[in-house]
Design a protein around this ligand. Structure first.
Ligand SMILES: Cc1cc2nc3c(=O)[nH]c(=O)nc-3n(C[C@H](O)[C@H](O)[C@H](O)COP(=O)(O)OP(=O)(O)OC[C@H]3O[C@@H](n4cnc5c(N)ncnc54)[C@H](O)[C@@H]3O)c2cc1C
Ligand SMILES: NC(=O)c1ccc[n+]([C@@H]2O[C@H](COP(=O)([O-])OP(=O)(O)OC[C@H]3O[C@@H](n4cnc5c(N)ncnc54)[C@H](O)[C@@H]3O)[C@@H](O)[C@H]2O)c1
Length: 469
């Protein structure tokens, strides 16, 4: 049996872990997918944003009129966009694998890994032994278990497949109301596709602040049909050889949506089943989330986990952070470090963009935390005037005793960029007055909307009990 110092399962964030500092070790890297490099590179963050950018450019035509310019409505060449995206990504994936296979200290296995015992993995038809094992097996799209799925499978897609289709559909039904649904709704609507979003609950983007949710629904509903509180009950062949998506609302009333293509975007499931975790005694939650401590160590001391398989956050920047924790802890076992999950930001690259970090107002109310809030409109700062902005804002929540930020929520252009100084302030404990007044803010740049939100916080009325404290 081949013996390794380290076995890493999963070539996404797991692959990045194996840097030159592991050159003295014998390392096994195991990947079951013929495509190397994991979700973010091949079917997640990167290709989606490469579709979002042209969607942003195309949809800017709608903004032009109010600025006094006339742009001709554009047209998306699906095949050109698709080929540009994957013409760039596929060689990166293939090149990454080729480079890895040339590493003398790394053996790449192209097979599925499962535990035989805490130190032994079955990899295809062979068994290997490793002193340390890292689980980085990620997640996959959740599929709905609905009649008609198998028969119409060629037209029912997930985020794994929809970006590679040959022709852009005229109509698409998107099932779900989370990040994936929101981003693809923007992409397809901007490309001129007739988009219907069907969601089983009553709000889109359930984790976001309520004011952001409301603004998002109001703005996206101008471009796509949004249907709430409906569950899919069947997929059927439609009269025109299309797909009939049959849904039911909470009162049992049935609806039918005819479409050329369906995108199922109802969340993700962790890739834990094939690992046979019980054979290693590794603890996991009923949904497959592997339990880890702050060092990213499972209950079995030589088995570590990172990224979607174990994290509360299915985000690449979190997977990368956790990867660096595991990397350090493998290299310096006498000086273990912890992952920092205090201020994890997220951005939804839809239109309008959304970004957030920290608590929502709803959470602060639930927790009974005193807070002050300021909602600052883009439209009230100079750059917002230049943009003739409507409906976008920054919402800040702060502790009126310590003046530390508790949450930041942005909906509007460049939200994913504007949030970063707020993440920095929260991470390093910068107070609202210091951040607002202790530095220059470039005039008349868009971050003035953050500056004004911070200054505004200092002027809102504080809860009465604090005035006398
Ligand atoms: C459409 C989409 C858009 C996204 N956009 C963003 C974004 O903009 N920003 C962001 O931060 N995050 C985004 N994400 C989330 C991000 O892609 C993931 O959080 C991240 O890629 C997880 O990385 P990972 O290393 O944990 O897993 P992965 O990258 O999924 O890697 C896991 C690998 O393990 C392999 N594997 C699984 N089981 C086994 C086994 N038993 N044996 C061998 N190999 C196995 C899999 O084949 C896979 O290659 C997006 C996700 C999706 C789906
Ligand atoms: N920009 C980004 O950072 C980005 C982009 C895409 C995805 N992601 C990550 O990937 C994760 C997965 O995205 P997602 O949109 O698939 O999931 P999600 O968890 O964001 O949303 C899933 C939605 O589907 C609904 N749902 C769940 N089960 C259902 C069922 N059986 N029937 C009908 N509806 C159901 C949920 O209510 C929820 O609204 C995100 O949570 C995020 O962490 C990040």
């Amino acid at each position: 049996m081949q013996h390794f110092d380290l076995a890493v399962i999963g070539s996404g964030s797991g692959n990045s872990l194996i840097d030159e500092r592991f050159e003295g070790q014998r390392v096994a890297l195991i990947e079951r997918d013929p495509v190397f490099g994991g979700t973010c590179l091949n079917r997640g963050c990167i290709p989606t944003k490469m579709y979002v950018y042209p969607a942003d450019v195309l949809s800017s035509v709608d903004e032009a009129q109010k600025l006094g310019i006339t742009l001709r409505p554009g047209k998306a060449d699906w095949q050109a966009i698709r080929d540009r995206v994957f013409g760039r990504i596929d060689p990166i994936s293939a090149g990454g694998l080729a480079w890895r296979e040339r590493n003398a200290h790394v053996t790449v296995f192209h097979d599925e890994a499962s535990f035989v015992d805490p130190h032994v993995l079955r990899v295809g038809n062979t068994e290997i032994r490793a002193d340390q094992i890292v689980l980085a097996t990620g997640s996959r799209p959740r599929m709905l278990n609905v009649p008609g799925l198998a028969e119409l499978a060629d037209r029912i897609h997930t985020s794994d497949t929809v970006m590679r289709i040959d022709e852009m559909p005229e109509r698409i039904v998107i099932l779900g109301g989370g990040f994936v649904a929101a981003e693809f709704a923007h992409v397809f609507a901007s490309f001129g596709v007739d988009v219907t979003m069907v969601h089983r609950s009553e709000v889109f983007l359930r984790e976001e602040d309520e004011e952001v949710q409301a603004a998002f629904a109001a703005q996206l509903s101008k471009r796509v049909r949004m249907r709430l509180n409906q569950r899919v009950s069947a997929f059927e062949e439609g009269p025109a050889g299309d797909v009939a998506v049959v849904t039911q609302d909470r009162n049992g009333v049935e609806y039918v949506y005819y479409t050329d293509l369906v995108l199922v975007a109802v969340g993700r499931e962790r890739n834990y089943e094939a690992l046979n975790l019980d054979a290693a005694g590794v603890e996991y939650k009923p949904n497959g989330q592997v339990r880890v401590d702050a060092h990213q160590r499972t209950n079995v001391p030589h088995i570590w986990a990172l990224g979607d398989i174990s994290s509360d956050y299915l985000l690449k920047h979190v997977a990368n952070h956790e990867m660096r924790t595991v990397q350090h802890n493998l290299l310096y076992p006498d000086n273990l470090i912890e992952s920092d999950h205090r201020y994890v930001p997220a951005a939804v690259f839809t239109q309008p963009q959304i970004a957030s970090v920290g608590a929502t107002e709803r959470q602060l109310v639930q927790w009974g935390n005193p807070y002050v809030k300021k909602v600052q409109r883009y439209a009230d700062v100079a750059y917002g005037w230049a943009m003739e902005d409507e409906g976008h804002f920054v919402k800040l929540l702060a502790d009126p005793r310590s003046w530390h930020l508790l949450g930041a929520h942005i909906i509007g252009p460049q939200a994913s960029t504007l949030i970063q100084p707020l993440v920095q302030a929260m991470s390093f404990g910068l107070s609202v007055p210091d951040m607002a007044k202790g530095q220059y803010w470039i005039h008349p740049a868009l971050p003035e909307v953050i500056e004004n939100a911070l200054l505004g916080l200092l002027h809102v009325e504080r809860p009465q009990e604090l005035e006398h404290g």
